[in-house]
Design a binder for this molecule. Structure first.
Ligand code: AMP
Length: 223
């Protein structure tokens, strides 16, 4: 059995977080905890949480720190995350969330924080072509679509563009929120000595190799 890992992955929308988190989750056998996927699943299920957040997600602004932290706290208390670790994708997204996270995982600190660096013009073109499975959240694109148009290779679910990738205003709101609320986390985690910058313009395989190298260095330095 490989060692587990405890990671946060940062990066603008379209930086490749979902793709890298899926690869890393398989490599280290730890859950990929995507707050965006969890919220979209709640909206699709029509749960109380889903009803609370549906409009916020559609507009591209952020759900409150309290609501999202309650979701993450509960997920991190499950046995897979307690025993193996976790890869957090889309959380924390504000300095307040980072502080709340620190308290939740006080006795199981992060190995490191991976930051996928990609210029805005590239993320805009990636978002325009992004396709996602509505059932298992597998990511495709118009360049690399599923074998059968509109049908997920992994689970047979419907593969479509995300609603919030379709509206220019929602994209702008999400990128603005990233700049304003999330980019301060780069300095926050640099100060804590946890940040690992990765060049997210490389191919997915190349980014994955750099991510594994960074994690190995961190784990070796603690051993
Ligand atoms: P994502 O899939 O990470 O782009 O998230 C989609 C949407 O879910 C965001 O635009 C927010 O509305 C909401 N969301 C996801 N994670 C968070 C978070 N950590 N804090 C606040 N809102 C979030």
């Amino acid at each position: 059995m490989t060692t587990g890992v405890r990671l946060v992955v940062l990066g603008k929308q379209g930086a490749g977080k979902g793709t890298q988190c899926a690869l890393l989750s398989q490599r280290y056998a730890v859950p990929h905890i995507s707050t965006g996927d969890m919220l979209r699943a709640a909206v699709a299920a029509g749960s109380e949480l889903g009803q609370q957040v549906a409009e916020v997600i559609a507009s591209g602004s952020l759900v409150s720190d309290e609501i999202i932290t309650a979701v993450v706290r509960e997920r991190l208390s499950e046995s897979d995350a307690m025993t193996r670790g976790f890869i957090l994708d889309g959380y924390p997204r504000t300095v307040r969330q980072a502080e709340l996270l620190e308290a939740i995982i006080a006795d199981r600190p992060l190995d490191c924080v991976l930051d996928l660096e990609v210029p805005t013009d590239l993320v805009l073109s990636r978002l325009a072509g992004r396709l996602v499975c509505g059932d298992c959240a597998a990511i495709y694109s118009t360049d690399i679509p599923p074998v059968q148009v509109g049908v997920c290779d992994k689970c047979g679910g419907p593969v479509l563009p995300r609603k919030d990738d379709q509206k220019a205003e929602a994209i702008k709101a999400r990128l603005d929120a990233y700049e304003l609320e999330t980019s301060p986390l780069v300095a926050y985690y640099t100060d804590q000595g946890l940040l690992e910058e990765l060049d997210g313009t490389q191919s997915p395989d190349a980014v994955f190799e750099s991510a594994k190298d960074a994690i190995s260095r961190r784990q070796a330095s603690k051993a």
